[in-house]
Ligand binder design. Sequence first.
Ligand SMILES: NC(=O)c1ccc[n+]([C@@H]2O[C@H](COP(=O)([O-])OP(=O)(O)OC[C@H]3O[C@@H](n4cnc5c(N)ncnc54)[C@H](OP(=O)(O)O)[C@@H]3O)[C@@H](O)[C@H]2O)c1
Length: 286
Amino acid sequence: MDAENTPPSPVLVLGATSLIGGFLLARLDAAGLEPMALSRQPPGDDVCWLEGDLSDPDLDEALPHAATVFSLSPIWLLPPALPALKAHGLTRLVAFSSTSRFTKQDSPEASERAVARALAEAEQQVEAFCAEHGVAWTILRPTLIYLEGRDGNVSRLAGLIRRFKVLPLSGRGEGLRQPVHAEDLAAGALAAAGAPAARDRAYDLTGGETLTYRVMAERIFAGLGRRPAILSLPPGLFRWLLTLARPFYPGATATMADRMAQDLTFDDAAARRDFGWSPRAFRPRF
Ligand SMILES: NC(=O)c1ccc[n+]([C@@H]2O[C@H](COP(=O)([O-])OP(=O)(O)OC[C@H]3O[C@@H](n4cnc5c(N)ncnc54)[C@H](OP(=O)(O)O)[C@@H]3O)[C@@H](O)[C@H]2O)c1
């Protein structure tokens, strides 16, 4: 990373224990940026960990001086923390939001609509604060994030396949998906932080392939070294099975079944153009 495209130091990472966090800390370290990392329960001493809670009214006391802040925690935690971050030197902010802002806004589930609203409102508040206080901002909205063995989407499906050998789908699973790897998002966040064209802009970040839910499931079987064993069930039967599975599959809802037929796709052309976004194809390995 040349000096011109290096974000200003010192660098602080919020949500550093998230799926993206470890990859981002490693890249910042490799770029000589010696990041600091915030967590409610710092996991170790390999980087400069700070203990802090973004919703703590005394957050101010936990914060270090930091010019660049990467926010990897839920974006709705960020607006109340911005005055304290600004007081500690913030000039460049890269914050993760989610394409759920769009995909869940008309969900039949009230809780999902509330998430979409919280994401949209937080994005607006971040933009307004930064514009008013001279902070250059970039908002990144990933689609479905995966990290083999750790995420709650792809890895959860892998866990179900390991356990039951067969994966039932609602209908033919024809809804389109663009799973994106956490490591690519770390690379994208760092590239965006150093790209002048990415200032004061929001981007949708998709994975390197658009595939049907069914093909995504087949790739997960392949990643486990297994031949695909997929059972297409009538949507009504699948919904009923999900209800039965709820105790073992927290968060399972009928809406999830219906969504398997829906396309959840976005365009990452602006990110490719402005900061060289170049995500990998979906070939997970477990
Ligand atoms: N998972 C997905 O498929 C997905 C899809 C699209 C967008 N995103 C977005 O991408 C980012 C990373 O996603 P993720 O799923 O890996 O992480 P996440 O579960 O949304 O967030 C977890 C992180 O937030 C931190 N955090 C939570 N509450 C906090 C608080 N009160 N104070 C300080 N830190 C707090 C946690 O740190 P500690 O527990 O260490 O304190 C942890 O590092 C998030 O912004 C998320 O909204 C996720």
